[in-house]
Design a protein around this ligand. Structure first.
Ligand code: HEM
Length: 394
């Protein structure tokens, strides 16, 4: 069986070529850096994401809790639970993300997006990741949790620290330990406060949530808040950043977005398919299993290569073309599939839509100040590290 190195490609087209080779292998492939098995075809990815009996999300939790770190609430979140526990936890939290919860957020997201767009357009020459792409999801998560805005600046350090856990070097251990400690302290205080005095925010909803006589314990609430902060911020930052890059590089898309707001959701859906902010998911073989003729021993790490599946020619026509409004355009794998399907998918779409609406309605031109994009150096996540642009006001 062929082994591929996911960290070897230096450009997007090299990476896509690697994915194409992998999809043409008869079964699964082996990949470095993890020595994992990897599913790269759309259909195989669906199986890995949907069949929890064969491909467990539970076993990967250990990676978020190495011995040098100690207890990490994120390792115990619903993301790393299989049914039946996952089903119970999801039932308890999903109401907060239903249509009523989203409707409650809509005006806040719109107002935040407008204010941030106003500020960056006024600056004209500006780095957009830190001033726009990141601030919108950060402020929305902060609002969602009912946190005091004075704690928002800590979010970035917390999330980057948590994202480092799997690859951390000993010099980084103390920084990560203290970020987890601070998060536990601040989230613990929020939970205690909402238990004492519930309000109209999501944490209060979660405190009150009850399904079949069962409620969330403090530990479960804490794990869920860790999950929201880490799952919802960086991914949405990259979605907005990747969207801005496509708007700047494709003037006809920029003009269409300015002329007709209804084009923006179709455009975002194609950015999601073409440039998935999260490139892969992890599972572990629960027993000796077989997929597409490949035997995978129990305990092996299995990757679902979302980004490769989104380019599968068996499902998407001309997959390497960027075609908003394409047939099956919403069937991409970017938000996962099956029981762990992203709980924040509609929120992420809403944030990206309002961000782009607010931006394009204020400018007549969007220029990247450097033709080369500096991507974040992480094969699991995909988005610009910095985005210097010039915004020409309308
Ligand atoms: C463009 C932005 C986003 C992308 C690409 C994304 C992607 C994903 C993916 C691929 C999964 C499934 C992981 C797996 O199966 O192992 C997932 C799960 C999840 N996402 Fe997102 N996400 C985004 C934004 C958000 C936001 C804004 C939130 C909340 C504020 C959120 C909350 C969650 C939660 C709670 C889960 C776990 C669901 C479960 O285990 O049942 N995500 N996301």
């Amino acid at each position: 069986m062929q082994t591929y190195d996911l960290s070897a490609p230096t450009t997007r087209s090299e990476l896509n070529a690697l994915y194409a080779k992998m999809r043409n292998e008869p079964g699964l492939c082996r990949v470095e850096p993890f020595g994992a098995y990897a599913a790269s075809r759309y259909e195989d990815i669906l199986v890995v994401q949907k069949d929890a009996q064969r491909f467990s999300a539970e076993a990967i939790a250990a990676a978020a809790e190495p011995s040098w770190l100690g207890h990490n609430p994120l390792a115990h979140s619903m993301l790393s639970r299989d049914p039946p526990r996952h089903t119970q936890l999801r039932a308890l939290v999903s109401r907060a993300f239903g249509p009523a919860g989203l409707a409650r957020l809509e005006s806040v997201v719109r107002r935040e997006a407008e204010a941030l767009a106003e500020s960056v357009v006024r600056q004209r020459e500006v780095e957009l990741v830190d001033t726009f792409c990141f601030l919108l999801p950060r402020n929305i998560i902060g609002h969602l949790l009912g946190l005091d805005p004075s704690t928002f600046p800590e979010f970035k350090r917390w999330v980057s620290s948590i994202n480092l856990i799997a690859s951390a070097t000993p010099e980084q251990y103390e920084g990560i330990r203290s970020a987890v400690r601070e998060m536990k302290h601040d989230m613990g205080a929020v939970i205690a406060e909402r238990r004492r005095k519930p309000g109209e925010d999501m944490v209060s909803d979660l405190v009150r949530a009850e399904v079949e006589g069962s409620r969330l314990s403090d530990d479960e609430l804490m794990s869920f808040l860790f999950l929201l902060i880490t799952a919802g911020m960086e991914s949405t930052t990259h979605l907005i950043g990747n969207s801005v890059i496509h708007l700047a590089r494709l003037p006809e898309q920029f003009e269409q977005a300015r002329a007709d707001k209804a084009h923006i959701p179709r455009f975002i859906e194609e950015v999601l398919r073409y440039e998935p902010p999260i490139q892969l998911n992890f599972r572990m073989a629960a027993s000796d299993v077989e997929l597409s003729g490949t035997k995978v021993p129990a305990g092996s790490l299995v990757l679902a290569l979302i980004a490769a599946g989104n380019l599968d020619e068996r499902v998407f026509e001309q997959p390497e073309q960027f075609l908003p409004g394409r047939e099956k355009g919403t069937q991409h794998l970017t938000f996962g599939q099956g029981m762990h399907f992203c709980l924040g998918a509609q929120l992420a779409r809403m944030e990206a839509r309002f961000a782009l609406e607010a931006l394009v309605s204020r400018i007549r031109e969007l220029k990247l100040r450097s033709p080369e994009i500096e991507w974040i150096p992480n094969y699991g996540l995909h988005g610009p590290r910095v985005l210097p642009v010039e915004l020409i006001p309308a």
